[in-house]
Design a protein around this ligand. Structure first.
Ligand code: C2E
Ligand code: MG
Ligand code: MG
Ligand code: MG
Length: 287
């Protein structure tokens, strides 16, 4: 997936080759100290309403400023962190930091300003989902920051929930009941049973980038259009919102808007970047 990301200045050209060069072992052993030394940071990528182009929120994407290798994207270290369990404290740090940032944006919002407060999306990996502290940690982070639960959206990949039993869904249900939104990330790649959707405490489908790619030509392949149309109509009938990932061109944005998608994210709008830039983007909307 990251290989096709190409132009992102924070991604290495060939993660696989680089990972080999850097050696998994070296990165794995360096991870815990990196967290303690504060080498991780978060970039924020805006989510935009396809209807009116307004910034609706942002996704928090973690990066590692490695002292020797420079900035490493999550594909270099999230799988290692998952494997070693460091993902739990790292994920907790990301959540805490992103929620703190969102709370700061809320405080900055002018009273009576036409721009609604920004929402924040945070990714959860499967190990975090299985961790018994998930609900308590999330409640704790929200309470300490004062961010309303409704401003937080947790993204879980479709594949992490395939075949999920009630034990796995329970914490997500609890969070959903508190008002936290759950999004199904990379939707459409996991061959999940569509009928299963109604069982999941999910409010948002994030349509995988592969669908966006299919919208590059205008008009797009009729079959590709029908597939997206079908997913959108199913999602909307289940009262789920549809976000599209990886929008790189206006042609894609326009076709996805026509097909009824609600929000979009991608380089066409903005690359992931520092938090202050996002605030500027969202205030620019108000003018
Ligand atoms: P994701 O959640 O599907 O995030 C979207 C990825 O697509 C990001 O890659 C983003 O930079 C990239 N992207 C955004 N717009 C475009 C576009 O227009 N074109 C293309 N080609 N790519 C675009 P990134 O930042 O490398 O993150 C990769 C994955 O790492 C994420 O995929 C997510 O699954 C995971 N991840 C990132 N941050 C965290 C985190 O804090 N915790 C966990 N557990 N996973 C994370
Ligand atoms: Mg995501
Ligand atoms: Mg995604
Ligand atoms: Mg994706």
């Amino acid at each position: 997936r990251a290989k096709s990301a190409g132009g992102n200045r924070f991604e290495l050209a060939d993660p696989e080759a680089d990972a080999r060069a850097i050696t998994r072992h070296g990165l794995t052993t360096a991870l815990p100290a990196a967290l303690e030394r504060g080498e991780f940071f978060i970039e924020y990528q805006p989510l935009v309403h396809l209807g009116d182009g307004r910034v609706h929120g942002a996704e928090a994407l973690v990066r590692w400023l490695h002292p020797q290798h420079g900035v490493l994207g999550p594909d270099h270290f999230i799988p290692l962190a998952e494997h070693t369990g460091l993902i739990v404290p790292l994920g907790r740090w990301v959540l805490q930091e992103a929620v703190r940032q969102a709370r700061f944006w809320h405080e900055q919002a002018e009273p009576g300003c036409s721009v609604p407060p920004l929402r924040i999306n945070v990714n959860l990996s499967p190990t975090q989902l299985h961790h018994p502290g998930l609900v308590a940690d999330t409640v704790d982070v929200l309470e300490r920051s004062g961010l309303p639960p409704g401003a937080l959206c947790l993204e879980v990949t479709e594949s992490a929930l395939i075949g999920a039993d009630e034990d796995l869904l329970k914490p997500l249900r609890q969070l959903a009941e508190m008002g936290v939104d759950i999004a199904l990330d990379d939707f459409g790649t996991g061959y999940s049973n569509l009928a299963n959707l109604r069982r999941l405490p999910v409010r948002v489908l994030k349509l995988d980038r592969s669908f966006t790619r299919g919208m590059q030509q205008h008009p797009a392949d009729p079959v590709d259009r029908k597939i997206v149309e079908g997913i959108v109509s199913l999602a909307h009938s289940l009262e789920l919102a549809v976000t599209v990932e990886g929008v790189e061109t206006g042609v894609q944005a326009e076709q996805l808007r026509e097909l009824g998608c609600d929000t979009a994210q991608g380089w066409y709008y903005a690359r992931p970047g520092p938090p202050d830039r996002l605030h500027t983007l969202s205030l620019a909307d108000a003018v």
